[in-house]
Each structure stands twice: as C-alpha cells, then as structure tokens.
Design a protein around this ligand. Sequence first.
Ligand code: SF4
Ligand code: SF4
Length: 158
Amino acid sequence: MSVAIRECGSCSACCTVIGVHELEKGTYETCEHLCEAGCGIYAERPQSCRTFECQWLRGALEVDGSIDTEMRPDASGVIFDYHPDTAFGEVFTAWEVEPGASASGRARSIIKGLEERFLVIIMTRGPEGEGGSGDRSFVGPPHLVAQATDVMWSRPVR
Ligand code: SF4
Ligand code: SF4
C-alpha cells in the first residue's frame, strides 16, 4: 500500500463515485456521510474507504512529471484506483467522474501507458445514473482482457 503525499482539498469525488459495500452505498451514489467539511465519520469510516488507493492522492501515474491539481479527480474527471489481484496481478480502475473523461487528455495518456502492462477497468456512469451500478469495460494486454471478459463481469469492482 502506498502513502498519500497530497491532500484532497475540495475534492470529494470518490465519496460519490465509488461503492462502499459496508454502507450499502452503490457506485455513483453520494455517501450519506459526506458533508461540507468532508467525511462526517472519518475516524470510523469503513474499511473500503480506508483501503481505497486514489492514485492522484499518492502522487502516482505521472505522465510528464507535472501531475498536479489539473489531474485531481474533480478537475480531470477520472479517479484512478489501484488494487492487487490474485488472478490479474495488479489492476487499475479508471472511474469516470465526468462522462467521457477517460477518453481524452491526460487521463487517456495515463490509461494508454497503463494498458501496455496492466489490466485497466474503465468504469462509466450507467444509463440509470445516480445509484446505478455503472458500466465497465476493459483495456490492457489482450490475454488479460480476454480473461477479464470471461470472469470479471460477475465480480463487484469494489
Ligand atoms: S478522489 Fe482522490 S483526491 Fe478526490 S476526495 Fe477521493 S481520495 Fe481525495
Ligand atoms: S464514509 Fe466517508 S470516506 Fe467513506 S464514502 Fe462516505 S464520506 Fe466518503
């Protein structure tokens, strides 16, 4: 697990976009504990929130050495998440905060760099909108994408 080197500031994107099963909070559903100052239960937040590895917060995924507030998820429109996986090795998830944001700009450059080596799950808000499960697609080395297409659809992303 890597260590946060940045601060969230006014971003709270993950508290809406990413599901928290302990709270029965679905993806793309705003957490009931989110308040103006941030997480209202920070000291007691669930394990899913504690183990979530926002790659921007950790200073990872730099393309040109200049990742900064432009790439903070509320500005870039994409949250990059990472988790080790027994079947796929290391897996990155690009969660779209803004529809279409993963397909352009520096977010796209980051995904292009990752997909050469890793399975990348791209999560987009589904047609059902807030509280919907979101749609997922895969990019990466062809053998990993084929394997993910076979086995990953039934798995929750988080
Ligand atoms: S998406 Fe990242 S930067 Fe934004 S609130 Fe969550 S952890 Fe912080
Ligand atoms: S419990 Fe706190 S950290 Fe977790 S999603 Fe809700 S507001 Fe965010």
